[in-house]
Design a protein around this ligand. Structure first.
Ligand SMILES: [Zn+2]
Length: 286
């Protein structure tokens, strides 16, 4: 599936295939090294949670239990002891908004494209602060948030600049944006290893070519954020999601935590030159 789509970061139209996920090519830009999928998905990414009602029995483990350590660490590090308003963009089922709203002194809001997900948050979690539809149409007042979060959202966006630029207008002058996204430097090696060991098997997670349209490194994510008007981009480390691809296997979880802790150590020792963790980016306006 060739594409002449210009690179998101440098507008170069030359790129080479670095992976093929079934029929979909994953490219690396010849100009700046940015990695992206040839797949052209729904630009608003509205159908992630399907069209029908969501079963809480199937969602609780992954979206709440497995994410809890990561959410708790974020709240302890960035919200505890302060007061303010937080907005979670791509709030999904609302579990993070629920977490943040329990931190004393914080008012937590959300924005989510999927109507069934917003209905779930309202009916099951009792959250009335998540607005359905595009963030740009949600009517939040400019300069009204102290913290805006994007948990596993930016990799799904065909045009992250449009959303990030709007997010910038919603932040107060001393507010910050926080993002979590996979690290392409690690994911690409893992996908190639899986292919070498097991071949291409349907149902196996490689690079999720139909969902993850842009795959970032510290270098390219920093560049996207600076391009959208953010400053002082820093990469930090939080505990990872406590599951590997939805599995409850404690050995896999142990391995994942070990990887995350070793990556944080290596990042510190190399002064940011080698970061093999998922990307946790903190960016401010000035
Ligand atoms: Zn490029």
């Amino acid at each position: 599936m060739p594409t002449d789509r210009p690179c998101l970061l440098c507008a170069n139209t030359r790129h080479r295939v670095v992976f093929r996920e079934f029929e979909i090519d994953i490219f690396r830009c010849a100009g700046c090294g940015h990695v992206f999928s040839a797949f052209e998905g729904d630009p608003n990414y509205a159908s992630y949670f399907g069209d029908g009602p969501i079963d809480p029995g199937e969602t609780q483990f992954w979206w709440n239990d497995a994410h809890r350590a990561m959410y708790d660490a974020f709240c302890a590090r960035y919200l505890a002891g302060k007061t303010g308003r937080l907005l979670d963009v791509g709030a999904g089922l609302g579990y993070f908004v629920q977490h943040a709203s329990r931190v004393p002194g914080w008012e937590a809001h959300g924005s989510e494209m999927s109507k069934p997900a917003v209905d779930f948050a309202q009916k099951r979690l009792g959250l009335s602060t998540i607005r359905a539809g595009r963030l740009q149409d949600a009517g939040f007042a400019p300069g009204s948030f102290d913290a805006i979060t994007l948990w596993d959202v930016v990799e799904h966006l065909a045009d992250p600049a449009a959303l990030l630029t709007h997010i910038r207008t919603l932040l107060r002058q001393n507010g910050f944006l926080f993002l979590h996204t996979p690290n392409v430097d690690v994911q690409l090696v893992k996908a190639k290893l899986k292919r070498a060991l097991k071949g291409m098997r349907p149902g196996t997670h490689y690079l999720e070519a139909k969902d993850h349209l842009h795959l970032y490194s510290t270098k390219t994510l920093r560049r996207v954020l600076i391009k959208a008007g953010f400053a002082r981009v820093r990469f930090v480390h939080l505990p990872p999601i406590q599951s590997v691809a939805g599995s409850r296997n404690p050995l896999l979880r142990f391995g994942k935590n070990g990887w995350s802790q070793t990556s944080a150590l290596l990042d510190g020792l190399t002064l940011g030159a080698i970061n093999l963790d998922n990307l946790f980016a903190h960016a401010s306006l000035s």
